[in-house]
Design a protein around this ligand. Structure first.
Ligand code: SAM
Ligand code: SF4
Ligand code: SF4
Length: 355
């Protein structure tokens, strides 16, 4: 077929190997993962994502009527799945603020070809919702937790929530049957870096996986400066000096985290070093905002609206063809070129784009 590179792919769900085309971008990266935002609102005001001071004036959030409905989300994911996307991560904003979030999970679970449906959450609503999420078919959960120190946590979250409430959320998810929960910690130098080792120690041996994330220059409201970043390699040295580590191989191509296991068998950690060790070369992620705007990169300034194809008379094939064409023209590799660009040059906020 014109415009499609063809690679043999083994379909694990069928007994026979299946030849299915992969959709490649201009840098030969296959389209594989979808980060799907379902809402841009949040019950936190994290300093590195949605600082309160940036929200003054008119509501910066999408009117609820503009959020994609369950059936639109389902149609969208079907289109991505038809192009080889088997992993979808639901995000936001805070996805659990969507009243119909369980319905979204249940609907997406039905999409043929979708193998992995996960979510990222700040965790505070998990005590209420974890059992229903499990029952609806969610595969995996990532919970964000930047510090166990309540003052540091408050500084990072804009005074919303507490570490204890997030820990309760993690316990609830665990009790509901979610295993190997990923714990995302954004490290902001001078704010929470002195509490990182405590966080790592707390989860060592728990079965959950701490991932230390370099503070990113996403959006334009978080006052990012290069001096605010602690290189992931520093954590690697410090953690290894205390609890010896050894590298794990990539479990999937295009993985964002560099993974290490503790030599004593007490689990693993991940380092997401987007600033110091960019991984654009294998980036196979596409993003769609809560109102259906498509982005090829977390740092894209401009998106491509899919709404007309979701709400109009256009059919599923037209939607798939449009997305395929978009991906084929993709050249994004922002993290590899950020040093050549001005800081905060009109980029979207993470809570709009979906983290
Ligand atoms: N509200 C949910 C949460 O916080 O888990 C989901 C959305 S949030 C935008 C997704 C992830 O992006 C979180 O783990 C958050 O820590 C991360 N994030 C947000 N802003 C970031 C930044 N400036 N640098 C690095 N990670 C960031
Ligand atoms: Fe909300 Fe998540 Fe952004 Fe924090 S990181 S403000 S919890 S969307
Ligand atoms: Fe992918 Fe853009 Fe991040 Fe590079 S900067 S890894 S292209 S999302």
């Amino acid at each position: 077929m014109k415009g499609l590179e063809t690679h043999p792919v083994l379909n694990r769900n069928s007994e026979m190997p299946l030849l299915r085309p992969e959709v490649l971008d201009r840098l030969q990266r296959p389209l594989k993962d979808l980060r799907l935002s379902v809402i841009d609102r949040c019950n936190f005001r994290c300093s590195y994502c949605m600082p309160e001071s940036s929200l003054k004036g008119d509501s910066p959030f999408l009117p609820r009527a503009q959020l994609l409905t369950v059936s639109e989300l389902s149609r969208l994911v079907r289109a991505f799945a038809s192009l080889g996307v088997h992993k979808v991560r639901l995000t936001g904003g805070e996805p659990l603020l969507r009243q119909d979030f369980i319905d979204i999970v249940a609907a997406l679970r039905e999409v043929p070809g979708l193998k992995d449906l996960s979510m990222t959450t700040n965790g505070v609503l998990l005590p209420k919702l974890a059992p229903a999420l499990k029952q609806a078919g969610l595969s995996r959960i990532t919970v964000s937790l930047d510090s166990l120190d309540k003052d540091v946590f408050a500084r990072m979250s804009g005074g919303r929530g507490t570490p204890d409430r997030v820990l309760e959320g993690i316990s609830a998810a665990s009790a509901a049957g979610f295993t190997r929960i990923k714990i995302n910690c954004v490290v902001h130098k001078g704010v929470n870096d002195h509490t990182v080792m405590d966080l790592v120690e707390h989860f060592r041996g728990s079965g959950h996986i701490v991932r230390l994330i370099e503070f990113l220059d996403v959006g334009s409201s978080n006052q990012w400066r290069r001096e605010h970043v602690v290189a992931g390699n520093e954590w690697l040295q410090r953690i290894h000096a205390r609890w010896p580590l050894e590298p794990l191989s990539e479990s999937q191509a295009g993985e964002t985290a560099e993974r290490y296991k503790y030599r004593d068998g007490l689990g693993e950690i991940g380092l997401i070093n987007s600033i110091t060790r960019p991984f654009c070369g294998a980036c196979c992620r596409v993003r769609v905002t809560a109102n259906g705007t498509l982005y090829g990169c977390l740092f894209s300034a401009k998106g491509t609206p899919l709404q007309p194809l979701l709400t109009g008379n256009s059919d599923d094939a037209a939607l798939s063809a449009f997305i395929q064409d978009f991906w084929r023209r993709r050249t994004d590799r922002y993290s590899e070129t950020r040093h050549l660009l001005p800081v905060n040059a009109g980029r979207q906020e993470m809570y709009r784009m979906g983290g």
